[in-house]
Design a binder for this molecule. Structure first.
Ligand code: NCD
Ligand code: ZN
Length: 353
């Protein structure tokens, strides 16, 4: 990585957790990710979910029709209680598929087909431990009696720690961690355990979501937590520790469905993630570790080669602004609201080769 006060050049980054959706939304958001990222782990929570290798490969075709050859989608399968060991073996043998996603049933957007009891999928997880296929986990319990702010910590105790102990060979990514409990859990694990972190959880705490009026565009799952958790996440990602890497969890919903009496969960940040992260890492005095977090650690965990292209960020003397919305292709009425970090950002991506 080369660094001067105004310019920062890093290996082109990857996004290890993104939602692209389908149809007109897919067409609108794929170019936003492909502009800055070389590869992305694409979440399978479509309606209906991507449960088979054939569906994942079809979906991949639809994605690549909206970007040029420089961008590579890395596909995932949605784990259900009826998934078969055979299908997982097939997935492990297909180069385009890199992971399987476990959603606890009811935990988040389009998770109804998820897992109601992890015991029911243990034989499947055992087969993944053998084949080396990575398990991506949405780490929240769904029990109505567990407070929404405690759901990640309780999931670690009740589900993830026992699975890790029973299947130490299973490669697990705890997706979008939001708490110091998540950080500590990953730090205490082996090289088979890692976590993704989103830009918005490095920037927002729950006051930003709720004080002075509810901000629907800051509502996502897992929900943003107390300040001490945001601080712990920042420390983890800026430390250079190879078990933490970028997963934006860019999750587009139309502005209309976010600004509603029962608004959808998800932050759309694909357009300005790299600028926001440069700002965060600069604030933490850790610009030298931005490349590890965005471009090296995730690739190493997934055993992928490092990208050869580069990304150049430039620091302006005044705060920069970003478009606040993205039009949804083919429908001039619908927009997606772009993440507003709520703080001055001085960085922009100026070049990628
Ligand atoms: C995601 C979505 O909209 O698909 N929403 C979110 O708040 N993060 C699902 C998810 O990753 O939980
Ligand atoms: Zn997600």
């Amino acid at each position: 990585m080369q660094q001067t006060p105004e310019k920062l050049e890093i290996i082109r980054p990857d996004d290890f957790h993104v939602h692209f959706r389908d149809s007109s939304m897919l067409a609108a958001v794929v170019p936003e990710t492909a502009r800055h990222f070389a590869r992305a782990i694409v979440m399978p929570n479509l309606v209906p979910p991507v449960v088979s290798v054939a569906q994942a490969l079809d979906y991949r075709q639809r994605i690549v029709s909206h970007c040029d050859e420089g961008f590579e989608p890395l596909m995932t399968l949605y784990l259900t209680e009826t998934t078969t060991v055979d299908e997982l073996q097939k997935a492990a043998d297909v180069d385009e598929i890199k992971a399987v996603k476990l959603y606890p049933a009811g935990a988040t957007t389009n998770s109804a087909s998820g897992v109601t009891d992890v015991k029911r999928v243990m034989p499947l997880l055992e087969s993944m431990a053998r084949s080396g296929l990575t398990l991506c986990v949405h780490g929240e319990v769904t029990d109505p009696d567990v407070d929404i702010f405690d759901r990640e910590a309780v999931f670690i105790d009740r589900i993830l720690e026992p699975v890790r102990r029973e299947l130490p060979e299973l490669r697990i990514v705890m997706e979008h961690i939001t708490t110091s409990d998540g950080v500590d859990f990953v730090r205490s694990g082996s090289a088979n355990l890692a976590a993704t972190v989103t830009p918005h959880h490095l920037i927002l705490n729950r006051n930003d979501l709720l004080v002075g009026g509810i901000r629907p565009h800051y509502y996502c799952l897992p929900i943003v937590k107390r300040e001490k958790h945001r601080v712990a996440l920042r420390k983890a990602v800026t430390s250079g520790d190879c078990r933490f890497f970028l997963g934006t969890d860019s999750a587009p919903h139309t502005t209309e469905t976010k600004e509603a009496a029962c608004g959808c969960a998800g932050v759309f940040n694909a357009s300005n993630t790299m600028a926001c992260l440069a700002q965060v890492f600069e604030e933490e005095g850790a610009l030298q570790n931005l490349e590890a977090f965005c471009s090296l650690n995730g690739a190493d965990f997934y055993r992928l080669p490092h990208n050869t292209e580069r990304l150049v960020l430039q620091k302006a003397t005044k705060p920069v602004s970003f478009p606040s919305t993205l039009a949804v292709a083919g429908d001039s009425e619908q927009t997606v609201t772009v993440f507003d970090p709520g703080m001055d950002i001085y960085w922009t991506v100026v070049d990628h080769t």
